[in-house]
Design a protein around this ligand. Structure first.
Ligand code: AMP
Length: 140
């Protein structure tokens, strides 16, 4: 399986389509999922191309996981989450729909189930959650 440079996350990286960005460094970008399965659901991607965990280099994985941990801590502090679920899907049979490596960071609250996939979120709510996550990252 080869990497498609026109996948939607590659287009976000090139600035061709908008995203609600919450964090970036030299190697990774984090932005809000537009169909959030939990309040504050965000995604972390490498800036360099790879489809998923199967073709990622150790360096890509290390960089992405550093940012996943940063976002996990930020949703705990910024949104008052009580836990975090991290998900990654590889290839269609593994549940993957966008073929640029990404990890889902899902803030969790006691007794609150994940919403079903594929339901567009309220963009004002997503923006408000993003602001609280960004503030928590800045506060460190
Ligand atoms: P999956 O490949 O199964 O891990 O899922 C892809 C995820 O990307 C889903 O949670 C979608 O809601 C999310 N998604 C798809 N398009 C966008 C977009 N333009 N901006 C933010 N998230 C997106």
């Amino acid at each position: 399986m080869s990497y498609d440079p026109d996948n939607i996350f590659a287009r976000i990286l090139r600035g061709e389509i908008p995203a609600t960005r919450v964090y970036e460094d030299d190697d990774t970008l984090a932005f809000m999922d537009i169909m959030p399965r939990a309040d504050g659901h965000c995604l972390v991607i490498p800036k360099t191309p790879c489809r998923n965990i199967l073709d990622a280099s150790p360096e890509q994985l290390a960089a992405v996981m550093r940012t996943v941990q940063k976002l996990a801590r930020a949703v705990m502090a910024g949104l008052g989450a009580q836990g975090v679920t991290v998900q990654q899907f590889s290839e269609a049979a593994g549940g993957q729909e966008v073929f640029h490596l990404h990890f889902h960071v899902l803030p969790r609250f006691e007794g609150v189930k994940l919403r079903p996939p594929g339901q567009p979120g309220d963009m004002d709510e997503i923006a408000a959650h993003a602001e609280r996550i960004r503030a928590a990252i800045v506060a460190g």
